[in-house]
Design a protein around this ligand. Structure first.
Ligand code: GLN
Length: 303
């Protein structure tokens, strides 16, 4: 299979598409990103890599970071997490508040904002220097010390993240947030503001395609936990579009409002895409298209 030719063919189609979606505007710092950016990067477990477009340009990974936060929390705790966050698809937008109230402060899953805020709370409790330690974890699993937070994006979200403050206070009222709301959200906004390229994201996610073993050959997560996190990506990685992503693409994955999507096939590959224009559900419009084309052309889905 000529993977480079497959990626180039997808790139040609994407460039020719007029409606490229709309960047997220509720985080002001993300609103002005050019929707013409596009990067696509395939990393096979065997070591071959293929890329087109701006696959080395860094962007705000946003909710993609929720998988890395869950991986780190899972490596330190196991069943205790499941007492505080469920593993069911929510069928609602990522920032929905009503379910927190109806379900007594237990978020549906760790990839909607309320669930990710509980995971952030666990990391704040567990880590000595949460922001620095989390960044080091991401650098270690990627093998890349140049990865950093985009502090402007973190500050921009902090200034306008009213729904996340509402979610955190609601969680606190149900006793499902142990630390101070401002401290947890400061960590969460930095986590979401990780600035990484498609190439770096693929390297970071190698452990989920490789039974918990990172690029540097270190085992960071047990096979059982990797299996579970991949299952949550498949069922909850795209909020109220998780069904559509499984239907069209057929891989576990995770999106972010910065326009990135990462998807993987266990024991085979990781693929990352960046196209900042979003669809109505907050997922990258052309990113979804590109991945659908990839699994259709290569027949490399999990199904
Ligand atoms: N930081 C964003 C938020 O909390 C992440 C959302 C996303 O990428 N879907 O709203």
């Amino acid at each position: 299979m000529d993977y480079q030719a497959v990626l180039e063919d997808i790139y040609t189609q994407v460039i020719a598409t007029k409606d490229k979606g709309t960047p997220a505007s509720y985080i002001p710092e993300l609103a002005h990103i050019d929707v013409n950016n596009f990067g696509l990067y395939l990393q096979k477990n065997t070591g071959e890599v293929y890329g087109v477009g701006q696959y080395q340009t860094k962007f705000s990974i946003q909710s993609i970071s929720k998988v890395l936060a869950l991986a780190l929390a899972s490596s330190m705790e196991d069943n205790a997490i499941l007492e505080r966050v469920d593993v069911e698809p929510s069928g609602h937008p990522f920032n929905q508040l009503a379910l927190i109230e109806v379900e007594n402060g237990i978020p549906r899953n760790p990839f909607i904002n309320s669930g990710a805020i509980v995971i952030a709370d666990i990391l704040v409790s567990r880590l000595q220097n949460p922001k620095a330690d989390f960044l080091n974890y991401v650098r270690e699993i990627t093998g890349d010390t140049t990865i950093d937070y985009d502090l402007k994006v973190a500050a921009s979200e902090k200034a306008t993240g009213h729904r996340n403050f509402a979610a955190a206070y609601l969680l606190k009222s149900f006793g499902n947030l142990k630390n101070n709301v401002d401290v947890v959200l400061d960590f969460y906004f930095h986590q979401c503001a990780l600035h990484m390229s498609c190439e770096q994201i693929s390297r970071a996610f190698h452990l989920f395609a490789n039974r918990g073993i990172c690029k540097n050959s270190v085992l960071r997560l047990t096979e059982r936990k990797v299996k579970r996190i991949n299952a949550i990506m498949l069922t909850c990685g795209f909020y109220d579009e998780a069904g559509e992503f499984a239907f069209e693409v057929g891989l576990p994955g995770k999106s972010g409002v910065g326009g990135g999507i990462v998807a993987l096939k266990p024991n085979d590959f990781v693929i990352s895409v960046w196209s900042p224009g979003l669809n109505k559900r907050g997922n990258s419009k052309l990113g979804m298209f590109a991945l659908e084309q990839f699994t259709t052309k290569t027949q490399l889905s999990i199904f």
